[in-house]
Design a protein around this ligand. Structure first.
Ligand code: SF4
Length: 312
């Protein structure tokens, strides 16, 4: 029988499991605290749990953990990029960005991605698999342990399309923001999507206080279809309607992500279109010069040009 992934269980679910094993529910609360507050990496570190019960737990539950493969630190801004290995050997990347207001961690939600955005290296080999809620938590838990500092903001913007792994994403957010866990404020969690409209509408209904970031990257359907295959399924009009529903349901401002690609989406017409779309709604715009990838022939516009795009 497949073991239950203990780190992906809510506190209530863990209580139920532990009671089924003949223990009192406070034992579950102790275990939950070891996992989600003390951030231990296995049952043997749970020193107030009897050895015999720890052995029973090992029989019944799996306990995910990450192996640190590589860390690269930027000399410019102290950003650290972590390459972690999952238990099945797959690799995921997470990024720690220290800011004055606290540490922000960008996590991956899938191994690979099937969305096929033209400017993105993560999608070149397609989707390998979804990450479990525990594996998304692990990225934050390991970085917290490694740095010894609290993570205050979490951005689900690494490899993967979070809304393509919807149920695991919601469970991850529930556990991450649980008052008996790390208790990160929902307002400090951002989920970035390439624009899966039914996923956005479903997320709006959850009425979470998280920030939704929409990868726009073009303001006409024609251009957007060239950059992002998802735009062949959902038009910009449908995407904007979904963004408006998200705002109405949650009261949270949307962030539009716009990767500037030289000669592709950085013309005066593009600025005008972006100003029109954003002027009508309560939103932020995040302009990012595209990350050049060797497999695709995309270049960043030069710095002066990016500045002029921001203030045309
Ligand atoms: S959805 Fe994100 S990870 Fe996936 S291909 Fe697009 S940009 Fe890359």
């Amino acid at each position: 029988m497949e073991k239950t992934d203990i780190k992906s269980l809510t506190r209530e679910e863990l209580r139920k499991e532990v009671c089924e094993m003949g223990e009192k529910s406070f034992r579950a609360d102790q275990i939950y605290d070891w996992i989600h507050v003390k951030l231990v990496r296995g049952f043997d570190e749970m020193t107030n749990i009897s050895r015999s019960f720890r052995e029973e737990c090992k029989e019944r539950f799996s306990f995910t953990d990450l192996k640190e493969v590589r860390v690269q630190e930027s000399k410019i801004d102290k950003t650290r990029k972590f390459l972690f290995q999952l238990e099945d050997g797959n690799l995921v990347e997470s990024v720690l960005m220290p800011y004055k207001h606290g540490n922000s961690v960008c996590i991956s939600s899938q191994v690979g991605c099937r969305m096929g955005c033209a400017f993105c290296a993560s999608t070149l080999d397609g989707l390998t698999r979804n990450l479990k809620p525990s594996e998304m938590l692990d990225q934050i838990y390991r970085i917290t342990k490694i740095t010894g500092e609290r993570v205050s903001n979490v951005v689900v913007m690494g490899t993967g399309e979070p809304l393509d792994n919807y149920d695991n994403l919601i469970r991850f957010i529930t556990l991450l923001t649980d008052e008996y866990g790390l208790h990160i404020s929902q307002r400090n969690v951002t989920v970035s999507t390439c624009g899966i409209v039914p996923g956005i509408l479903k997320l709006a209904k959850e009425k979470l206080q998280i920030t939704l970031a929409l990868s726009l990257h073009a303001v006409t359907d024609e251009k957007r279809r060239k950059l992002m295959p998802i735009a062949k399924t959902y038009s910009i009009g449908e995407l904007m309607d979904a963004a408006d529903v998200y705002f109405q349901e949650t009261g949270r401002r949307i962030t539009f992500e716009y990767s500037l690609v030289a000669g592709v989406n950085d013309t005066y017409e593009d600025v005008k279109g972006l100003a029109e779309l954003s002027g009508k709604r309560n939103c932020h715009i995040n302009l990012i010069p595209v990350n050049p990838i060797k497999e695709r022939n995309f270049r960043q516009p030069d710095k002066e040009y990016v500045a002029s795009f921001k203030n045309p």
